[in-house]
Design a protein around this ligand. Structure first.
Ligand SMILES: *Cc1c(COP(=O)(O)O)cnc(C)c1O
Length: 368
């Protein structure tokens, strides 16, 4: 790859292939693989990632919101797409773009059936979600009877899958809770399918679920963060590779005299002679102010350069007093070193938030 000459996000499709293959190696050959590409493919590029996953043989895609699914269809993605969090106002669009809604409450289930009735649709594919402890979206087990009555009333919709979501699959201290969720889900699935008279796809595992509870893979798994290179555990660091690297450049170097300050509001006041480098990436790009004031660091020529003062909207300043570097040199904001897990932990957050917060204004380039 040529050196970065501006702020860019490099997307490494070979790493995506390796991560996909590693996750698949944890599964039975016939377990379906749903790739989660919501939030612009966790901050990368949903279209680039989805078309690569289509070639790799993923079986399903999932997005959070309808507009994300519409975008994938407009860009020619053909795989079935589950919309995890649709709203009633989206239903006609969902149908127009052959997207498949998650129906998680009586309000949305009844309304979707009504839409399908009006349009006189037959067997439109839908997914039914049950809440087993996350208390976010989903029916409760006590709803099974009423849900099956609605589902069996007419041929407008057909249940493609029944699923649930784990609350702490990455935390082995909550193992008993997770096992309980899995067991409840198995009971719910059995009762509902007995009532329905046919067997939809059964799925509950996200990435950490695949890694920690492969015995609960059922018919399909849903992986997001693992595809992008993170397993939420040091155990899998060697098996998963971050697919994106955020690179930038040193725009300017300043020599700071003792007593001078750097950045807005005297965010950093130097007591000694210092050299700082100004990097063209800021909080509008997704590197928030919480990384400032000595918390986060980037790497320049493989050396750590701590962020000094307050992160600005479009730039940040790092201390390069002890780093051999000059204006125009490449900067790794995060990628392999530091990786998104390390970088985000400096501001007490997680890789998911850092990745998905990367602004659309950063140029994406594919490096395969
Ligand atoms: C985001 C999401 C996933 C993906 O989780 P990862 O931890 O990124 O693998 C799976 N299922 C649901 C319902 C989600 O919202």
């Amino acid at each position: 790859m040529p050196k970065a000459e501006q702020t860019v996000i490099e997307i490494n499709l070979n790493a995506l292939t390796q991560n996909f293959n590693f996750l698949k190696s944890k599964l039975e050959p016939d377990t379906r693989f749903l790739a989660v590409v919501k939030a612009f493919g966790y901050g990368s590029d949903a279209v680039i990632v989805s078309s690569h996953l289509e070639k790799l043989g993923a079986d399903y895609l999932a997005v959070a919101f309808t507009s994300e699914g519409v975008h994938l269809r407009q860009e020619g993605i053909k795989l079935p797409i589950l919309v995890l969090h649709p709203q009633i106002t989206d239903f006609k669009t969902i149908i127009d773009y052959c997207l498949e809604p998650n129906l998680y409450s009586f309000r949305v289930l009844e309304s979707f059936i009504e839409t399908c009735t009006e349009l006189d649709l037959n067997n439109y594919p839908v997914h039914i979600k049950f809440n087993t402890g996350l208390n976010r979206l989903g029916f409760r087990s006590s709803d099974i009877k009423n849900v099956s009555e609605l589902l069996k009333n007419g041929n407008y919709i057909k249940v493609r899958s029944i699923f649930s979501h784990l609350a702490a699959s990455d935390d082995l201290l909550k193992d008993a809770f997770t096992r309980n969720q899995i067991e409840d889900f198995q009971n719910i699935f059995k009762e509902l399918t007995d009532n329905l008279g046919y067997r939809p796809i059964q799925h509950i595992l996200n990435t950490s679920g695949i890694l920690n509870y492969p015995e609960a893979q059922f018919d399909m798994v849903r992986s997001g963060i693992g595809l992008y290179g993170f397993g939420n555990s040091p155990l899998f660091k060697n098996n998963l590779t971050p697919i994106i690297t955020v690179k930038s450049i040193i725009s300017q170097i300043h020599e700071i005299e003792p007593g001078e300050s750097v950045g807005y509001n005297f965010g950093f006041v130097s007591d000694t002679y210092r050299r700082t480098a100004t990097i063209p990436i800021g909080h509008a790009d997704g590197i928030g102010r919480q990384y400032g004031q000595g918390k986060g660091y980037v790497t320049i020529n493989e050396e750590r350069a701590i962020i000094v003062g307050n992160v600005c909207m479009d730039m940040l300043m790092v201390d390069v007093t002890n780093i051999n570097c000059e204006e125009g040199d490449e900067v790794v904001v995060f990628g392999q070193f530091p990786d998104a897990e390390e970088f985000s932990s400096t501001a007490d957050t997680i890789s998911y938030e850092l990745l998905t917060g990367l602004s659309r204004r950063i140029k994406r380039i594919v490096n395969s």
